[in-house]
Design a protein. Sequence first.
Length: 373
Amino acid sequence: MGALIMNNNFDQFITGAHGRLHRLWIVIKRLPIFSAFVLLPLIAVSAICFAHVDSISEMGVSALPLAIVLGMIAGHCVGHLPEDSELQWVRFCQQRLLRAGIILFGFSLTLQQLLAVGWQALVLDMLVVTCVLLVGIWLGVHLFKLPVDLAILTSAGSAICGAAAILATESILKPRQQHVSMAVATVVLFGTVAMFSYPFIFPLTGMTEQQFGVFIGSTVHEVAQAVAAGESIGGSALQYAVVVKLIRVMLLAPFIVILSVCLLRLRGDRERGSINFPWFVLGFVVAVVINSGLDNVSQLFVSTQNIENFVTVTREAAHLASQFMLTIAMAALGYQTRLAAIRQAGAASMLLAGCLFVLLLGGGFVLNQWLIV
């Protein structure tokens, strides 16, 4: 009898302790340090610091994928979705700071490096985008019996530039919001899988860093994921991945125009959505031009140490700012990723995104072998 009472008391103690800990955790999560305003910069700084630890850097893990993982962990620990003001900050980091980071990354490249990619990269990107769009829409509608708008959204996100392409396409299609969320969830999932897969695939391909950078840029989903995957391989891979990926991003504009014309003919729509041209790509090109001009300035004033110091400091400042902005953008991407949204996407939508992922890897590799290697 005494043992039974002791067991009941112990169970009550455990239950009470669990309840108190749960209430304490709820209070802790509401502290300012768990706000997205604090968490995202903290995650970015932590990821950059961890990436410089010898045992981690030797594994080839860079700051950007680390920031995504830490962001996902933080997002799930906090549990609740960000408040409106926090959500605006998260989106600002994920969109505006990402684009600013890409523009500043242009100070790491010169026109000679940009032109070295060659016309083959443009042809390669056009073939990849066209094939993925056509195959994806056909598979989605005829094989997986998905709504047409969901098939187009998922295919555009896989073919061009991930969530940005989906949102640009949304302005033309005007689909159900649920379909937009499903497309974004599946594309982000397989884009993340691709980002972490490329470093393991690289040794098996027999490609050089530059060639594999082209492969990354022509096949990975998001600009941010291309940056992270390229950085995991090396500096040359990162440069080529960004250039080729940005060429692919520029194809978003003609795709939106063609889609608008097709919908106008099929539906007889008189209302046209606005075309969201990725203007930050032009900023990236301008940064590359300015950086190339800095070399000429150094040559003109080769005897002036102050000019050389100015050029060096400018490039270093741009590099550090670019790295921090891209890292905090990765943290925001991970922070907003929820497993529940991925589960709600449904089997058919997931299968379509998976097929396009395989097509990008396999078909993209064949096209790269034909045009680049």
